[in-house]
Design a protein around this ligand. Structure first.
Ligand code: MN
Length: 231
């Protein structure tokens, strides 16, 4: 990546979006240094899972085509995407059709992460080891950068791989087990059609019915446990 981008890691994020049209948060970089992570299921042209790790005031981001696996034998393609603002980790809703990434965004998992070793070195070397403490994903993972090829056209392809530990499981595919939001309990359809589907703090405050519906859904989801996704 160009050095000039180091000055404003959110320049690409800003350039790709029209903030008068998308409900996504503005490109603000925060001073605070936390260790949150979020995985957002994103139904754009192709449904994928956006994997984001808070680092240096932004969310380092990868689009994981098939989503994370708990099976150490699975190496999941994770295409590095532009850094996102921290605020993005709270975003769930609908990006309007025709806008960049148009489609529903669901907060599929969230929590904290801890690097194993120096994360800056890991990112630079293309070998980032870390531990997740999420609602759904836990344990050790590694992101490994693949050798660049001509046909990648500058895209950075990484692989997301589960390490063998107590949380690993052969054939364990959490994206099939869980098809609701950890934030609201909603399915993708409910996010698309729900009253509070368009993300806005004002709209949510004004709409007590949406809040009640969301609370009911969360309660239902918590009880239903491991339910296979309807695909
Ligand atoms: Mn995405």
């Amino acid at each position: 990546m160009a050095r000039t981008k180091a000055a404003d890691p959110l320049a690409t994020y800003r350039a790709k979006r029209d903030f008068s049209k998308t409900p996504e948060p503005p490109p603000e970089r925060k001073r605070q240094t936390g260790n949150s992570f979020v995985i957002q299921k994103h139904a754009s042209r192709r449904t994928h899972f956006d994997f984001r790790l808070e680092h240096d005031g932004v969310l380092k981001s990868w689009a994981v085509t098939r989503g994370p696996s708990l099976d150490p034998a699975q190496k999941r393609l994770a295409v590095m995407t532009e850094d996102h603002p921290l605020e993005y980790g709270k975003f769930e809703g609908v990006i309007p059709k025709g806008e960049y990434g148009g489609g529903q965004v669901m907060i599929w998992d969230r929590g904290t992460w801890e690097p194993i070793g120096d994360p800056d070195e890991g990112l630079a070397k293309g070998d980032l080891k870390f531990r997740l403490h999420g609602d759904r994903l836990n344990g050790d993972f590694v992101l490994v950068r693949m050798k660049p090829r001509k046909e990648d056209r500058g895209r950075q392809n990484w692989l997301l791989i589960k390490k063998r530990d107590d949380y690993a499981g052969d054939g364990d595919e959490p994206t099939l087990t869980y098809d609701t939001s950890v934030k609201s309990g909603r399915t993708m359809d409910q996010i698309e059609h729900g009253e509070s589907a368009i993300w806005s703090s004002k709209a949510q405050k004004k709409s007590p019915t949406a809040k009640r519906a969301t609370a009911k859904l969360s309660a239902g989801t918590a009880k239903s446990g491991r339910k296979p996704a309807a695909r």
